[in-house]
Design a protein around this ligand. Structure first.
Ligand SMILES: Cc1ncc(COP(=O)(O)O)c(C=O)c1O
Length: 374
């Protein structure tokens, strides 16, 4: 098996289309002749190249690409039926919360949000109705780390599906399926495509039965990724390893810088020794990623930061080439009820910075400029 940087470059290593080094985009809705492909909602050669590359990177046999990260989560939730219970991380992307509570709970599926940083919490809350455990690790935006192997063990013992949203670390830094998870989900909009030009998602599994179910749901819901967006995501994937290394190097520098500033109350980056999940993460991931959350002393400082700087842009999303600053309270986590937000720490003093690929000295100068500006 090749190393991950080689796998990212080669994709599935099996592009035989006229021996083109960059594969063609099969921009067709339908196919004649009874070959492998029949209709693009079901499958498409460009999408298959991306799916095979993603499966390899996650050390798995099956991958499915979707029209967004939430499209991927929607597909995984669609495996559930009336009466099922799901345990989710109490701190997770607001859109996943909204999908669970505003759509799937209407169909009689129960969702409970728990702190997954301790596997004991999962063991205590699993009951006979629990069908799925869904975790982010690290979580968005509070960067809590879940003990993946321990939770996987509990889920296996209880016959429960364990799904992990691996968006923040990507397969370059973390392979949850190798640690025992059943399903990996990605918002490929983020680091995987990496260029702020695509919205995409993925579901990956090594379990044939789950793969058959996901394939059926995708075909039925009609939410698979278009050929062009598959091609863009595949193109992004080629440079994933080097981008992740640089995102991480810059994130470390930014985290250390923020620690020196009196306006900053706390810096939440799992690469920092003092982060509560640091030691655990070293055992299950080969890196800490490129997202740094932090709290400031007062709301006026937060307001200054969200004006943006010369480099850092105030915008939703993460994982692209450009440094983006996000205000979870009004953006990514606006759908989460106030009492839950406050309990988990999403306050008016919290910011999330997706550290981009610019020079780290320039990013830090920009942050200093934003903090100093009146
Ligand atoms: C951790 C996580 N999962 C899923 C999603 C949803 O992805 P998309 O915006 O591609 O639908 C996001 C989006 O921010 C995210 O941060």
């Amino acid at each position: 098996m090749f190393e991950k940087d080689t796998l990212s470059v080669l994709g599935d290593g099996n592009n035989t289309y006229e021996d083109a080094v960059s594969p063609p985009i099969f921009q067709t809705s339908t196919f004649g002749g009874g070959y492998e492909y029949s209709y693009t909602r079901l499958s498409n050669p460009t999408r298959s190249l991306l799916e095979r590359a993603l499966a390899k990177l996650e050390s798995s046999s099956y991958a499915f690409a979707f029209s967004s990260g939430l499209g991927a989560v929607n597909t995984v939730f669609s495996m559930l039926k009336n009466g099922d219970r799901v345990l989710l991380s109490d701190d997770l992307y607001g859109g996943t919360y909204r999908l669970a509570m505003n759509i799937f709970s209407k169909y009689g599926i129960e969702f409970e949000f728990i702190d997954m940083s301790k596997s004991e919490n999962v063991r205590q809350r699993i009951d006979v109705k629990t069908r799925m455990v869904f975790a982010e690790s690290p979580t968005n935006p509070m960067m809590k780390v879940a003990p993946i192997a321990e939770i996987a063990e509990i889920c296996k013992e209880k016959g429960v599906i364990f799904a992990i949203d691996n968006t923040f670390l990507t397969p370059y830094f973390q392979n949850p399926i190798k640690l025992g998870a059943d399903i990996v989900i990605h918002s490929a909009t983020k680091f995987l495509s990496g260029h702020h030009d695509t919205v995409a998602g993925a579901v990956i599994t090594d379990n044939e039965e789950i793969a058959d179910t996901i394939r059926f749901i995708s075909m039925t819901l009609g939410n698979a990724l278009s050929p062009f967006d598959s091609w863009l995501t595949l193109r992004g994937l080629r440079t994933l390893p080097m981008r992740m290394e640089k995102h991480q190097e810059n994130a470390f520098a930014v985290a250390e810088f923020l620690k020196t500033r009196k306006e900053v109350r706390s810096v939440i980056y799992p690469g920092l020794l003092e982060h509560s999940g640091h030691e655990l993460m070293k055992t299950q991931s080969s890196g800490f990623g490129g997202v740094v959350s932090f709290t400031v002393e007062d709301v006026d400082i937060a307001k200054k930061l969200i004006l943006g700087g010369k480099i850092i842009k105030f915008a939703e999303s993460l994982g692209g080439f450009r440094s983006l600053i996000t205000y979870p309270l009004t953006q990514t986590h606006a759908s989460i009820p106030k009492e839950i937000r406050e309990r988990i720490g999403i306050t008016d003093k919290l910011l999330r910075l997706s550290v981009g690929l610019e020079n780290k000295k320039d990013i830090i100068e920009d942050l200093a400029f934003m903090l100093d500006g009146d």
